[in-house]
Design a protein around this ligand. Structure first.
Ligand SMILES: NC(=O)c1ccc[n+]([C@@H]2O[C@H](COP(=O)([O-])OP(=O)(O)OC[C@H]3O[C@@H](n4cnc5c(N)ncnc54)[C@H](OP(=O)(O)O)[C@@H]3O)[C@@H](O)[C@H]2O)c1
Length: 387
């Protein structure tokens, strides 16, 4: 395991961090719930094998994630780990709310201090509202009181917003979405390098685009990866492209099985910055172009748009559209749409255009319009339009 050193921190951080947004789940009569035993086993296995960074957040798994992380870090594991969680800033209406959430999170996590406390999913408008509420004063007081150690933010917006926020304070870390596909989107590679120039360590989220770069690999992508001198899996290539950047402090992976965790621990065994030569970088760029040819809706499945008041399964609907094009599986997508969405009343026709989802979407997708187009396509009534 590679550990990267940053002056701001008391000990080096493991390059591989466990993200607790996609913990293993089990189906019960009342729906899907987190498999607590398996999740705790996995988090502890990761720590026992060198991971020292665990990331969670207030809303993950409907609040269950923080509780499970709290349990996993008992029995001495907390002392061996950097713990990161995030303030649900979209719920903050007044200064006191920030204190209330922090106290609740400390309790759920069964700790007296959170190492990395992030303002969750900042964008331009959230940042503007929070500065009016004196958010940095709150964060500094929380740090002075010993309830948090490092003042940080996670980010979903564009480069200009990123630059405005990162220039506003001497942050201890920022967390951005980046992967071989999201290179020019969100904070962008330029933003990553800018943070590096300011000596602000960067934590990466969604390195496999929520799993899309690991599953159902198109033949053309396999063919391109097959041209490499050294053979690697698509997951290895995706991580390699990220750890190649020395500005990256931690790459979070939302492992949902022990098998994936072990695979990623193996991949990170020999991870090094500046390990890719021009030929390898060109190969990944070819893969990127192959994917870009097929994607119709840039949804990452983060589920920030949920719950929809009408119960519309927004990410699943978009996933069916994208899958149809990326994996040449139109009939499969249409069958699944009918069987699991129309039959359950969670299809796109239930949308009443309230727009709640659009204001929550980190990718700024025009969800209402895309739902209409998706419904026509997935019910076989017409083609999906090109933008
Ligand atoms: N602050 C924010 O706004 C924010 C937003 C998003 C995420 N995050 C954090 O960042 C973390 C990482 O993001 P992410 O969960 O989207 O990570 P990710 O690595 O892009 O996606 C995780 C998914 O990739 C697949 N996967 C992982 N390792 C694999 C392997 N070795 N082989 C095959 N498939 C593999 C699994 O999908 P399947 O199980 O479907 O196969 C897994 O659920 C989250 O867990 C969360 O802690 C933060």
């Amino acid at each position: 395991m590679e550990y990267r050193k940053f002056n701001k921190y008391d000990k080096p951080v493991s390059l591989f961090g466990i993200g607790c947004m996609r913990l293993p789940t089990i189906q019960t009569d009342s729906g899907s719930v987190v498999d607590e035993e398996k999740s705790i086993e996995m988090i502890r296995y990761g720590i026992d094998h060198g991971v020292n960074y665990i990331d969670t957040a207030y809303p993950y798994h409907n609040g269950e994630s923080e509780l499970i992380v709290g349990k996993a870090l008992k029995d001495g594991y907390r002392d061996r780990t950097y713990l990161a969680t995030k303030s649900p800033v979209w719920n903050v209406k007044k200064y006191e709310d920030m204190e209330r959430y922090l106290n609740e999170q400390l309790k759920k996590l069964q700790t007296v201090c959170i190492d990395f406390y992030l303002l969750h999913a900042l964008n331009k408008s959230r940042w503007d509202s929070l500065t009016k509420l004196n958010v940095l004063d709150f964060m500094e007081k929380a740090k002075a009181s010993g309830k948090i150690k490092y003042i940080c933010f996670s980010f979903h917006d564009d480069y200009n917003a990123f630059k405005e926020i990162i220039d506003a304070y001497d942050w201890d870390m920022c967390q951005i979405q980046m992967n071989i596909m999201d290179r020019d989107e969100q904070a962008t590679v330029e933003g990553l390098k800018y943070a590096g120039e300011k000596n602000i360590p960067v934590v990466i989220m969604e390195p496999l685009k929520g799993g899309k770069l690991a599953n159902n690999i198109p033949d053309e992508v396999k063919r391109i990866y097959g041209l490499a001198k050294t053979k690697r899996t698509p997951v290895e290539w995706a991580f390699r492209w990220l750890y190649n950047f020395p500005q990256v402090a931690v790459i979070l992976s939302g492992v949902s099985s022990m098998e994936q965790l072990k695979d990623n621990l193996r991949i990170f065994e020999n991870a090094k910055a500046n390990c890719m030569d021009e030929e390898e970088l060109a190969l990944v760029e070819k893969v990127r172009q192959a994917y870009l040819k097929e994607v119709k809706i840039p949804c990452t499945g983060c589920e920030y748009c949920l719950p929809c008041p009408q119960g519309v399964s927004i990410p699943r609907i978009f996933d069916h559209v994208n899958s149809a094009f990326m994996y040449s599986s139109e009939k499969d997508s249409q069958n699944h749409y009918r069987q699991f969405l129309i039959n359950n009343g969670t299809d796109a026709s239930k949308c009443v255009e309230c727009g709640q989802c659009e204001s929550a979407c980190p990718q700024n997708i025009p969800i209402i319009q895309k739902l209409k187009e998706s419904h026509i396509f997935l019910t076989g009534q017409g083609d999906f339009p090109d933008d």
